[in-house]
Design a protein around this ligand. Structure first.
Ligand code: TMP
Length: 264
């Protein structure tokens, strides 16, 4: 009576296309689609530091869904189609451009270290940086010269990527400011999406507190992955706070038992 069984594909028999540090990509239900699964793994310093943090994947899935849906709504093209469940979303299959595109509004992290600018200093204008996605090389910073010379992206694609980065930065800055959060910097990734014979650049991967620096506007409390990188604790509480402020989680909702706790 095999034909009476539901035709759901068990999780462990789905074709896994790619596994990264915080996410897994599975084959999607239709050609040209993938399922993006958010794990609870937190890594930093090229995975030299690693920990499983209960509930992180669920929060990032919800926060990234919210941001990508809004970007789609305002006409910023992304790979996002819809959320499927607590940990997974349906996305369009794209060819990832091997660059991490970092946009900075306020000095922090590697910029502060590299140039000796105190963390928290407002930058004279938003700055876009490119890093070559290559774990073996520790994602080195590269210039447009390297990107075009080595063929990672064409000059036209770099223009498109920078235009998207500025739009995403403007949108996120306003979104977070409205809920009392300062967008210090963030990282985004882009992909090439084929539609018939056309190819265009879209925002891909995720945008979540794993890939942004988010500071409370009044207290400067960190509401992002620096809590893990810098051993501050309270990561799930901080991500939950971001989700609550964005209206994604109800005030009484918490990903784990114990009720909501304010970040210290
Ligand atoms: P950085 O100051 O360490 O260069 O980080 C800049 C931004 O990019 C920050 O918001 C964190 C994010 N980021 C990632 O999402 N992935 C990474 O691998 C790194 C190094 C930074």
């Amino acid at each position: 009576m095999d034909f009476l069984k539901p035709r759901l594909i068990p999780m462990n028999r789905r074709r896994r296309i790619y596994e990264g540090k915080a996410k897994v990509l599975y084959e999607g239900p239709e050609p040209g689609t993938l399922i993006q699964h958010f794990k609870d793994d937190a890594t930093a310093f090229n995975a030299k530091k690693h920990q499983i943090i209960d509930g992180k994947g669920v929060l990032n899935n919800r926060i990234s869904e919210f941001i990508f849906q809004q970007l789609n709504n305002i006409g910023v093209p992304t790979h996002f189609i819809r959320r499927l469940n607590m940990r997974e979303q349906l996305i369009r299959e794209v060819e990832i451009v091997p660059l991490e595109v970092v946009v900075r509004n306020v000095a922090a992290g590697s910029l502060s270290q590299r140039l000796g600018i105190e963390e928290g200093t407002q930058l004279p204008r938003s700055i876009i940086e490119f890093y070559y996605k290559n774990d073996a090389l520790n994602d080195p910073m590269v210039s447009e010269e390297h990107i075009t010379a080595f063929g990672w992206a064409s000059p036209q694609e770099i223009d498109d990527i920078m235009a998207l980065a500025i739009r995403v930065n403007d949108f996120l800055t306003g979104l977070f400011l409205g809920v009392g959060i300062r967008l210090v910097d963030f990282k985004m990734e882009c992909g090439r999406l084929w539609e018939n014979d056309m190819v265009r650049i879209v925002v891909a991967d995720e945008i979540s507190p794993d890939s942004c620096r988010l500071w409370d506007i009044k207290s400067n409390d960190k509401l992002d992955k620096d809590r893990f990188r810098r051993d501050m604790g309270g990561l799930v509480e901080a991500y939950s706070e971001v989700a609550r402020r964005l209206g994604i989680l109800q005030p009484e909702e918490a990903p784990r038992a114990g009720g909501p706790k304010l970040v210290q």
